[in-house]
Design a protein around this ligand. Structure first.
Ligand code: GDP
Length: 541
């Protein structure tokens, strides 16, 4: 052990300590469609862990009433804040990192990319609505790394859909096996609680937000006569359903869950603090601690002593006084300590990290140390990009931090042609930051920008104005989707490029992309050029 300490330049933690710290980390994000209850549940998770004392704190941030923070004007208007980007709290002697996945209008490529930095995900579904569009997209991203998913069926205090039908929909639409862990007893006005299938006990529901400790009355055994006495109608229904569930659905299987093939399902009501404790426990008991991550030469174990990590998100100008950008780095191995030196692989430079932010539930704080699974914020003066890797000793380039094909496109024009240089510079930098994707048509013409969420365009326009002094206009483009293209056969690829040059563009990293005017065109083109591969994501260069 003493060898370990001596051999490292940064007075690294002994390996047992690293292993212990890694084992108690849980890093996850929430995937949901807007209004399913992500903000409410986030707040309740913080409340139950004791990280915040009062309900309403997260909501206040969301609506921009958070007095102590100042953000870029547009972020302020929309109530997007860095303080809620990463929330770290302790629960049952574990360190939980909850990474925010921006939804609503602030839905952007960041939302997808955050999911490449988590070890598990919590899927929140509005039980009245079932599986919705954004959830489908986000689950697809989770599938890329077979991320384990815990499911919470929310709003059981409302008139919701039939539970079996909901599970059926999750299984068929999202293509993941459901293993119900709790099962609802009634719903809406007659919602009485849930039956815990693994523990054979009923957790009784009382509406209200008061009990932050999550104390609930528990009745042992589904055949307990007390139940028949108190809820004669609902209990019969429950027994019937439980029989069906036992027969028709899968029992919880930890391995299947960890492989991303099965999701444990819980029912509850976030606003009523009901079912939240079970979710926290599932995350602690079942969700994985940080696992190995792929780098270009080998995979990296979280317990390795040298520090390593990668940047998955860059957020700009959160503090207008400093006009700084923060690069969000996910630690992949080793021990981070303030003041330590690390290598910035892409630019081949060593940096000393003396000022860094960590994210506690209550406020931004200076990070003193961090382990695999933790997120640290590095001040970025424009030299860090999404996908950049940092390490001590061996140079490691982490993989699997993709760019995602945009869904919305705009043609960029400027009012003052003399500003064309600034425009290009601005878009180049904003592209590297992942704020937007920039495409230069092969045949020439105006630049095209692409995004997965509409707010990205507003942010880019406002930043071009504020940071580069460029007054840009974004006009609608007749493009419906983009696909990066590649082909092993050089001759075929050359023919393809020649025949379709008017639909081709080069992105900020020099990759060729096909911009399809509509889905029919995309399908036909794919059919006509079977040897050409059309990619929906591209790796960081
Ligand atoms: P988000 O958009 O996913 O962050 O959703 P919010 O947390 O903002 O919730 C959307 C709406 O659903 C809000 O009006 C919440 O008060 C409400 N809501 C959240 N959880 C529940 C619940 O368990 N029951 C009911 N009836 N409403 C809920």
């Amino acid at each position: 052990m003493s060898d370990d300490i001596v051999s490292s330049s940064n007075a690294a933690a002994p390996s047992e300590l690293i292993a212990r710290e890694v084992a108690r980390r849980r890093t996850f994000g929430i995937i949901s469609h807007p209004d399913a209850g992500k903000t409410t549940l986030t707040e309740k998770l913080l409340l139950f862990s004791g990280a915040i004392q009062m309900a309403g704190a997260v909501k206040a941030r969301k609506s921009g009433r958070h007095a102590t923070s100042d953000f870029l004007e547009i972020e302020k208007q929309r109530g997007i804040s860095v303080a809620s980007s990463v929330m770290q709290f302790e629960y049952r002697d574990h360190v939980v990192n909850l990474l925010d996945t921006p939804g609503h209008q602030d839905f952007s490529e960041d939302t997808y990319r955050v999911l490449t930095a988590v070890d598990s995900a919590l899927m929140v579904i509005d039980a009245a609505k079932g599986v919705e569009a954004q959830t489908i997209k986000l689950l697809d991203v989770c599938r890329m790394r077979a991320t384990p998913i815990v499911t919470f069926m929310n709003k059981m205090d409302r008139e919701v859909r039939d539970s079996l039908e909901l599970l059926d929909e999750v299984e068929s639409v999202l293509n993941i096996q459901c293993a119900p862990v709790t099962w609802p007893l009634g719903m809406g006005k007659t919602f009485r609680g849930v039956y815990h299938l693994l523990r054979d006990e009923i957790l009784l529901f009382t509406p209200g937000e008061e009990r932050a400790d999550g104390e609930v009355e528990i009745i042992k055994g589904i055949d307990n006569p007390i139940l028949a006495e108190r809820f004669p109608l609902e209990i019969e229904q429950l027994k019937m359903e439980v029989e069906l569930v036992h027969g028709a659905s899968h029992p919880f299987d930890l391995e299947q869950f960890l492989a991303g093939k099965q999701t444990p399902v819980f029912f509850g009501s976030a606003i009523n603090n009901f079912g939240v404790r079970e979710i926290l426990n599932a995350l602690i008991d079942w969700a994985p601690a940080p696992r190995e991550r792929d780098a270009s030469v080998r995979s990296v174990e979280p317990t390795e002593q040298p520090f390593s990590g990668f940047v998955f998100k860059i957020q700009a100008n959160m503090d207008p006084a400093h006009r700084d950008r923060i690069a969000f780095l996910r630690v992949c191995s080793g021990h981070f300590e303030r003041g330590m030196k690390m290598k910035h692989l892409r630019i081949g430079k060593e940096i000393r990290v003396s000022s860094v932010v960590t994210f506690m539930a209550s406020s931004r704080e200076q990070a003193e140390e961090a382990y695999a699974g933790d997120i640290i914020g590095l001040p970025n003066h424009g030299n860090m990009q999404i996908g950049d890797s940092f390490s001590e000793g061996e140079l490691l380039q982490f993989t699997g931090i993709p760019y995602f094909a945009p869904d919305f496109f705009r043609v960029v024009r400027i009012r003052n042609p003399l500003k064309i240089k600034q425009l290009h510079k601005g878009l180049q930098q904003l592209g590297e930051e992942g704020a937007v994707q920039v495409f230069k048509p092969v045949d020439g013409g105006d630049l095209i920008i692409g995004a997965v969420g509409m707010l990205q365009f507003d942010v880019v326009a406002s930043r071009l104005q504020g940071e580069y002094g460029v007054d840009a206009m974004f006009e609608s483009a007749s493009i419906s989707s983009a696909r990066w293209v590649s082909c092993e056969d050089k001759k075929i690829f050359a023919d393809f490029e020649k025949a379709l040059s008017h639909n081709l563009a080069i992105d900020a990293a020099g990759n060729l992309a096909y911009l399809a005017p509509n889905n029919v065109n995309l399908r036909l083109t794919q059919e006509r050029w079977p040897k050409v591969v059309f990619h929906t994501t591209r790796e960081h260069a």
